[in-house]
Unconditional design. Structure first.
Lengths: 182, 292
């Protein structure tokens, strides 16, 4: 872990996170309530309160490459319970978005990241989710071809997997949203 | 009041049972809702995870169309959709710069006058308890029902403005109206991990397993939900969870709309209850026996 940090870089990183988050990192006094109630803390490399402190200290590489930001399930238990009303769930969104913009691919949790990317591609091409195509493309991309496949026959039989997707008529509007914000 | 309906993608696919049952009970209660024309995906958890502006703009398009068409209220039965619609509405109300960016991109105005309701809010607030109670023809007395809320219906409370985030009771109240007995258990607002259902199945099974085993250990005959993503995890993955933890669960998972429909005396087939992966036969049989 890199421990010698450049103060200007630290300030820039903190400013970027705080402006995207609309919240102040210094609000957090490290009580750890967020981490105690986190349902996925057992899988994380850094607990949520550590991520907040590390961000404040400018440990950009460590937080952007952490497992934690991709393992967070956005359940908002942390933000709901935070005694300071800090946007704990929000900081995970912000850090994921910065990692994504910088082109950082998670080494350990790339499936999570890929799922989000494939999901948005699906919305972009149809305006709605076509589940079968989403799952197919995700599997091709991650090469987990057989995982969960045993569920497919029964899901088909029950009518849960639609063979045809729906496309919205005004796809141009959705394309414009993506063009403006992607 | 003109009521808009935002089905979202899951209700047109893997959770079609939710849409079938909800339209059926609304029809029985003579309540008309109209699908938002040409609605698009809200972006769900993927958009907010990696692109904040998209996470606001995608749901905002649906809200702006609904507003333009003269709707005052929208029903979003999927907990993730209602969560994203409310989040977009909240941010557009509170951030003028963002609002300008988004409405410019949409080329449509949005006045934030829309009331956004999840399924439970709609049933309690728009339909009303008295109306629901008057519809119950076949009380489900003796049936033990665990209400599972998950996260998206109640959190974050400052945006959702719905029920108590740690101990919500709305769904339990609806269960009581059907004559069934609400089960008190510990995991009703613990997350099932839906966001990573396909990418981290092991984590999701650990989280979902806790909910199912706890509901079962507290004597539940059935679990009810108001979210298609919760349903997919609790129902579709249940067999796999049993294999992983080597302990039988066998708990049917119904949408709250299906439970209400059963108490209204609607045929289970018309509520698409046979569309679930975990067969609800045992529960349907118990209901028949109890009503004798």
């Amino acid at each position: 872990m890199k421990t010698v940090l450049n103060e200007q870089n630290r300030r820039n990183f903190v400013a970027q996170v705080e402006s995207m988050l609309h919240d102040k990192l210094s609000k957090c006094y490290q009580c750890g309530k967020c981490s105690a109630g986190c349902p996925v803390n057992f899988e994380m490399d850094y607990t949520p309160n550590q991520i907040i402190k590390m961000t404040e200290l400018g440990m950009e590489d460590s937080v952007l490459n952490s497992k934690t930001i991709w393992l967070c399930v956005s359940c908002n238990t942390c933000s709901t319970r935070c005694p300071k009303g800090f946007e704990v769930t929000g900081i995970m969104d912000v850090l994921r978005e910065i990692a994504e913009r910088k082109g950082i691919t998670s080494k350990t949790e790339k499936e999570v990241q890929m799922f989000h990317e494939v999901f948005l591609e699906n919305v972009k091409s149809h305006g709605r989710i076509f589940e079968l195509e989403l799952v197919g493309k995700y599997k091709l991309k991650t090469k987990h071809l057989f995982r969960d496949m045993f569920l497919a026959p029964k899901m088909l039989e029950k009518g849960k997997l639609k063979i045809h997707g729906e496309k919205i008529s005004n796809l141009n509007q959705v394309a414009k949203i993506f063009k403006d914000f992607e | 009041m003109k009521l808009a309906y935002y089905p979202g993608c899951s209700l047109k696919g893997t959770s079609f049972e939710y849409e079938v049952s909800l339209l059926k009970i609304l029809e029985a209660m003579n309540i008309e809702v109209k699908e938002i024309p040409d609605w698009n995906c809200c972006g769900a958890s993927a958009a907010h995870s990696i692109n904040h502006n998209l996470a606001i703009a995608l749901p905002a398009r649906n809200l702006a169309i609904a507003e333009k068409d003269g709707f005052e209220s929208v029903l979003a039965p999927c907990a993730a959709c209602s969560n994203r619609l409310k989040n977009a509405d909240y941010e557009l109300k509170n951030d003028d710069i963002l609002k300008k960016k988004i409405t410019n991109s949409l080329e449509m105005p949005y006045d934030s006058q829309m009331s956004i309701n999840n399924m439970l809010e709609f049933l309690i607030g728009v339909v009303g308890k008295d109306k629901i109670k008057s519809m119950v023809k076949k009380p489900l007395a003796g049936l033990k029902v665990a209400s599972y809320y998950g996260c998206l219906l109640v959190r974050p409370p400052k945006v959702m403005q719905f029920d108590d985030p740690e101990n919500p009771v709305t769904m339990d109240e609806l269960v009581s109206l059907t004559g069934a007995e609400p089960v008190d258990y510990s995991y009703k607002t613990e997350c099932c991990g839906a966001i990573n259902s396909l990418s981290k199945p092991d984590v999701v099974m650990a989280l979902t397993g806790k909910v199912l085993y706890d509901a079962k250990n507290h004597g539940a005959d059935v679990v009810v939900v108001a979210c298609p993503l919760c349903h997919s995890n609790l129902d579709v993955r249940q067999k796999e969870i049993e294999r992983k933890y080597e302990e039988k669960i066998g708990l049917p998972v119904l949408f709250i709309t299906e439970l209400l429909g059963l108490s209204f005396g609607i045929n289970p087939k018309d509520l698409a209850i046979d569309g679930h992966m975990v067969a609800a036969d045992r529960v349907l049989k118990k209901i028949e026996e109890l009503s004798k």
